[in-house]
Design a protein around this ligand. Structure first.
Ligand SMILES: [Zn+2]
Ligand SMILES: [Zn+2]
Ligand SMILES: [Zn+2]
Length: 415
């Protein structure tokens, strides 16, 4: 979807930081209509934080240009207009049922696993008694909130002449009244744009309008600097022999770098004592304006519900089956899954996203939540005098075993 800026010919630069790495394969999400920008907002009047890295200098000694105070623009994150939050309603979410593994299935997985470990004997895998297979589904719940944050900042750039779109051209729009949209929903992106009618020209504060500043290498001492070849003493490394009062003496030759003076012309400023001002690039004037930074970002949280002794983190790395997914402007918590832990975490993660967005002054455009079921079979076995458990989990039937009973090698241990 193309970016659209409301009628004002605003230049936008945009950065897309890539698609989030989700387990979900669903990409058919509808676009938000972005029509809900109200006009009730306030602007914090503090936290002046001018971006030095962009070559923009500290404004604090100059104060904010007077035009902006009446317009309410400061360097700050701007809270989005209030939107009414829907009350959760009990919804009948439906979940898909999954099949379980048979004894033949789990033994095949074990035999294949043993075949990949040359020091394991396969007799135990073939002969062991499989006494019990306890099937269950681990649940991997993921919540993604696609959010937008708007931040304003005063920016300056060298002014090289040309039209200036200042407050005389009209009242600048408030940050959330500027229409700007994401290119693709659920994809992180940053956009920068200049707020119309906020330009003003000021004399460069770094060089006080002269276009040049004192040379940092020679501190303005113009033509001279200590010679780096001789450290300023004028003597070179080469020597010669001469006679003084009929005695043979060895003396240093004059330094070739400075002809013995110990001084050279400053290479940085070419002997002028000053250099071109980096802030205004020698133009003497700066154009200040308000830059709006719009950040679209996914807030992602997840939780694994797993009731056996299989380490929970393993569940995130294997394929499962999506048994439920939903995309809404604001999704409602899952409340009717038979596993109460899933319902509890669905609600608590949703509540925390809303809270964090309020704290960080972000607008939630869209939310989706997904439940993946990952089959887990806990297998109880005995072989000769030994007995323990292993687990087969995931659609790809990965095995997790810590105590295989028949190891044919010396000094080889598995964990
Ligand atoms: Zn210099
Ligand atoms: Zn020298
Ligand atoms: Zn300057």
């Amino acid at each position: 979807m193309a970016s659209f800026v409301h009628g004002l010919g605003i230049d936008i630069t945009t950065t897309t930081t890539g698609q989030p790495n989700h387990a979900s394969t669903d990409s058919n999400f509808e676009d938000d209509d972005n029509s809900n920008h109200g006009s009730n907002y306030y602007i914090a009047m503090e936290n002046v934080d001018v971006d030095v890295a962009n070559g923009n200098s500290d404004l604090s000694e100059l104060g904010t240009p007077p035009e902006y105070e009446s317009l309410g623009y400061t360097d700050s994150t701007v809270p989005p207009p209030q939107v009414s939050v829907q009350q959760p309603q009990l919804q009948e979410h439906r979940f898909t049922e999954l099949p379980y593994l048979s004894e033949h299935n789990v033994r095949t997985v074990l035999i294949d696993y043993v075949a990949d470990h040359f020091c394991y004997g396969n007799r135990a895998a073939r002969e062991m008694n499989i006494n019990n297979i306890i099937p269950s589904n681990a649940l991997h719940y993921e919540l993604i909130s696609f959010t937008e944050c708007r931040h304003t900042k005063h920016i300056s750039e060298p002014y090289r002449g040309g039209e200036v779109d200042g407050p005389l051209n009209g009242t600048p729009p408030s940050p959330w009244d500027i229409e700007i949209s994401y290119q693709q929903i659920f994809v992180d992106e940053v956009k920068y744009l200049e707020v119309p009618h906020t330009s003003t020209i000021k004399s460069c504060h770094t060089c006080r309008g002269s276009g040049r500043v004192e040379c940092g290498s020679c501190c303005g001492r113009k033509k001279v600097l200590s010679c780096s070849s001789c450290d300023g003493d004028g003597r070179g490394h080469a020597t010669y022999t001469t006679y003084q009062n009929n005695r043979r003496v060895t003396k240093s030759k004059l330094c070739g770098g400075c002809s013995g003076s110990g001084k050279v012309v400053c290479g940085t400023c070419g002997g002028l004592g000053s250099v071109t001002c980096k802030t205004c690039r020698g133009t003497k004037e700066l154009r200040w304006y308000v830059q709006l930074t719009v950040t679209f970002a996914n807030m992602i949280d997840e939780h694994v519900v797993e009731h056996t002794d299989l380490p929970n983190h393993l569940i995130k790395d294997v394929h499962g089956t999506v048994i439920f997914q939903e995309t809404e402007n604001l999704v409602q918590p899952i409340m009717n899954h038979p596993d109460q832990e899933l319902n509890t975490f669905s609600k608590s993660l949703l509540d925390s996203h809303v809270r964090m967005c309020q704290t960080d002054m972000k607008k939630i455009h869209r939310q989706k939540h997904i439940v993946r079921a990952v089959p887990v079979s806990e297998v109880h076995w005995t072989w000769q005098t030994k007995g323990s458990r292993f687990w087969v989990y995931g659609n790809g039937r990965t095995i997790y075993i810590t105590k295989y009973p028949q190891k044919n090698c010396w000094g080889c241990q598995i964990l």
